[in-house]
Design a protein around this ligand. Structure first.
Ligand code: AGP
Length: 607
């Protein structure tokens, strides 16, 4: 989704802004632009398309030691040069970049037009530039504050004034704004990854806050003009991990990082002595955990499928009724919030609007909510009552892979901790601790199938449509496998519980429609093999994904993807890796932009 970077200091701003925008590219965008402050003027440069289009348009030397840059993902108005940010006020003295949606933009636009303002874009954001210019005050901060009091909607906003060199003002309501503190220089960004090569010391703004800064200092305040203070935090992950490091795509790199990222999720959280897991950040005592009667898990997209896996896993081990629901559906249906239910939201970015809205709905009604997040200091992580950081490291590719496996790992840890509070015996607890310790090794073994899976993908990616089926805990993995294929290869794919096939979808099975059948070696294997027979009887091509040695599977399948034998607690996690590889190789064979698939953004911070 849209990205923000701004800088004020003693160095040339343009290269810093362009490099920052490059770091934001992974979030998805369709145009970009920068504004530079030089000789009491603001110069803007904007271009539709990729960042390289903007670079082509830049003069050889771009002066200015303060400025701001933006990657836009079109919502109001097409992806054109004119609609790209920054936007200028009519006189050219105020420039803005904006993430979010201004809900009363039409009314504000009409009022501004009536007073003679001429708009030059179709965006809702442009009203902010004109509104601020039309709201004079002693300071830029005060103009912005007064203007924002007239605005309804969400914003992560940065403002520059031609008459105030080196000064930047930013404001936040529903869209992240982070201040980066450097050596005699300051940054503003919507995503800390954009500034990590300059500073690791950051301050996150809360909703309803503004910041004004020059190169030496910054001041936080609120929309009600009260001053605010906040300790800075230090970001610890490695900026190097944002590079491709020799891989062809971020997606490939992130899939192959999973043995390490899952190891980080597990680190320090397994307790051999008591045969359990310990998640330090839950902020719940053992007594409070014991009082929980029900678990409800919420997320969107891949995170929702991880939530389904988590609910299965917790219900099996802790014997607590557990269910998952898409966060947006939950928040719009006026849900009942119960005091003895533990609500858990799961989100890689920690910024997904629907998930955040669900958190706010639960808390407003007095419920207790935990977060499973990857981005430290993200909005969701800051608004929940406690939770788990996945420590998967930054995920750059739009399609989630390593975050998904770390979500599943976090849920397995939580299930074990809750299970041991309920009726998992110390003996079985030890078996599960040892199984979890082997996750990284099992994932690495699953990744060894890369070459045979690539060959299979070449054969099957000509299909117009594919089915994915699995039973019980394999079903959410089928859903996630189908989502991955859709997202990056654009092949239509649908997932069903294997048992549902005969209730309708079987009508679509034919020789041109391959089905990926998940057959983990468990008590339901015979039942899953009967699904193979149903498909073969309709001449449907079958790709079996299995860790069983059953000769029947080989007989009934056109191709077999093998994943390693492991404790069945790990099956969903390990099977999921094979499906990621399959989707990736289909997409690469078809020449798709695997890291930035069409129409998609990395984090969806709007409704
Ligand atoms: C994953 O491949 C997706 N692009 C998408 O479904 C994503 O998982 C979803 O938007 C939720 O994001 P989050 O985990 O950052 O909340």
């Amino acid at each position: 989704m849209c990205g923000i970077i701004a800088f004020t200091g003693n160095r040339a701003a343009a290269p810093i802004l362009i490099a920052g925008l490059r770091r934001l590219e992974y979030r998805g965008y369709d145009s970009s632009g920068i504004a530079l402050h030089s000789r009491n003027k603001i110069q803007i440069h904007r271009a539709a398309g990729k960042l390289s289009q903007l670079e082509k348009k830049l003069p050889a030397k771009v002066a200015g030691k303060s400025g701001m840059g933006h990657t836009r993902w079109a919502t109001h108005g097409e992806a054109t040069d004119e609609n790209a940010h920054p936007h200028l006020s009519t006189e050219g003295n105020i420039a803005i970049i904006h993430n979010g949606i201004i809900e009363n933009a039409n009314a504000l636009r009409k009022a501004l037009e009536a007073s003679g303002v001429i708009f030059s874009s179709q965006t809702d954001s442009e009203v902010l530039a004109h509104l601020i210019a039309a709201t004079p005050a002693e300071t830029l901060l005060e103009s912005v504050r007064q203007a924002l009091l007239q605005v309804q909607g969400t914003y992560g906003l940065v403002v520059m004034d031609a008459e105030r060199p080196g000064e930047l003002v930013a404001a936040r309501n529903g869209s992240p704004v982070i201040v980066g503190i450097g050596e005699k220089e300051m940054f503003i960004t919507s995503d800390a990854n954009a500034i990590l090569s300059h500073t690791r010391e950051v301050v996150h703004l809360d909703d309803g806050e503004l910041v004004s800064m020059d190169q030496k200092s910054f001041q936080l305040s609120t929309l009600d003009a009260a001053s605010a203070t906040r300790e800075s935090i230090t970001i610890t992950h490695d900026a190097g991990s944002l590079e491709l490091e020799g891989y062809r795509h971020y997606l490939l790199k992130e899939m192959f990082e999973q043995p390490k990222s899952v190891e980080r999720t597990l680190r320090g959280r397994l307790d051999h002595r008591f045969s359990t897991a310990r998640l330090g950040g839950l902020n719940l005592t053992a007594r409070e955990l014991l009082d929980i009667r029900r678990i409800k898990i919420l997320g969107c997209g891949t995170a929702y499928y991880a939530a389904m896996c988590g609910a299965n896993c917790i219900e099996q081990l802790a014997r607590l009724p557990s269910s998952a629901e898409p966060a947006a559906e939950f928040r719009y249906r006026n849900p009942l919030i119960e005091p003895d239910t533990l609500y858990i939201v799961v989100s890689q970015s920690g910024e997904t609007f629907d998930t955040l809205a669900a958190v706010r709905e639960i808390r407003r009604k007095g419920g207790r909510v935990l977060g499973i997040n990857n981005v430290v200091g993200s909005t969701i992580a800051r608004e929940v009552d406690g939770g788990v950081y996945m420590h998967a490291g930054p995920e750059v590719s739009v399609a989630s892979t390593k975050a998904f496996s770390s979500m599943l790992t976090s849920f397995m840890l939580l299930a074990l901790q809750l299970g041991r509070i309920h009726d998992v015996s110390p003996q079985y607890g030890t078996v599960l601790v040892e199984a979890l310790e082997r996750c990284p090794e099992k994932i690495a073994e699953a990744l060894e199938q890369d070459a045979p899976i690539a060959a299979m993908a070449k054969k099957y990616c000509v299909a117009k449509s594919m089915f994915y089926i699995g039973r019980t805990d394999a079903f959410p993995i089928a859903l996630e496998g189908a989502l991955k294929l859709k997202e990056i290869s654009y092949i239509h794919a649908e997932a069903y519980p294997a048992s549902e096939l005969k209730h309708g979808p079987l009508a679509l099975i034919d020789p041109d429609t391959p089905t990926i059948v998940l057959l983990p070696d468990n008590d339901l294997l015979d039942k899953s093999i009967s699904s193979l027979q149903e498909i073969k009887a309709r001449k449907g091509p079958v790709i079996a994904v299995t860790n069983s040695d059953s000769p029947e599977i080989v007989e009934l399948s056109d191709d077999v993807i093998r994943f390693p034998a492991c404790h069945q607690f790990l099956h969903p996690l390990v099977m999921g890796i094979s499906l990621q590889l399959f989707a990736y190789h289909c997409a690469v064979t078809m020449g798709r932009d695997v890291d930035q698939p069409r129409n998609l953004a990395k984090s969806v911070t709007v409704e």
